[in-house]
Ligand binder design. Structure first.
Ligand SMILES: [Zn+2]
Length: 188
């Protein structure tokens, strides 16, 4: 899945969040995935064609440790799927990153106050220290920002977008229609 475009007239970024929300899998889908599944999703997102060495860009790569650690055949660098990304050396589970990101998408697509989900609520829900919850939300928002890496965005947004054939794509009408769908006034 490619990253979504950024629209000049989308001043509050609201349309973009709606388009991201539209591509979320069904509620509960991400929660049911195990760490290996999520690592695999990150891997396929990061290297859609072939695994690539972050040091020398070589694609002749060996696998160590059941696929979670790789080694470059040329420069011998050992690396994981998170190496060189904002998730590098994270002590938190992939599941936590995916689920908090899902919460952020659902909340932001509501167009509500951008303080929510608050670090306090994230901390309570996922049993994290509040500073950790704050940092997780901040890094997720950086990843989702138009200038960000978009790693989680691309890994999570796996649903085919709805294409309203009667509306011009990415028009003001499209935005209104999608907001109505999100509010449940139009059936998905
Ligand atoms: Zn290399």
């Amino acid at each position: 899945m490619n990253r979504l475009p950024f629209f000049d007239d989308d001043h509050d970024g609201q349309f973009r969040w709606l388009l991201i929300w539209e591509r979320l899998p069904e509620p509960g889908y991400l929660k049911a995935l195990g760490e290996d599944d999520l690592r695999q999703r990150l891997q396929e997102t990061r290297w859609p064609t072939s695994i690539c060495c972050p040091e020398c860009a070589q694609t002749s790569i060996g696998q160590l440790e059941r696929g979670s650690l790789f080694q470059c055949h040329r420069c011998r660098k050992q690396f994981s799927v998170t190496n060189g990304t904002f998730l590098h050396r994270t002590k938190l589970s992939f599941s936590l990153w995916f689920l908090v990101a899902e919460d952020v998408i659902r909340e932001f697509a509501l167009g509500s106050d951008r303080r929510y989900p608050s670090p306090k609520r994230i901390a309570a829900k996922y049993k994290l220290p509040q500073p950790t919850a704050y940092r997780v939300k901040k890094l997720i928002l950086q990843d989702f920002a138009p200038a960000g890496e978009g790693l989680l965005e691309r890994a999570i947004c796996m649903h085919e977008p709805m294409q309203p054939t009667h509306l011009a794509l990415f028009s003001a009408e499209h935005r209104y229609w999608l907001d109505q769908v999100r509010r449940g006034f139009i059936k998905r």
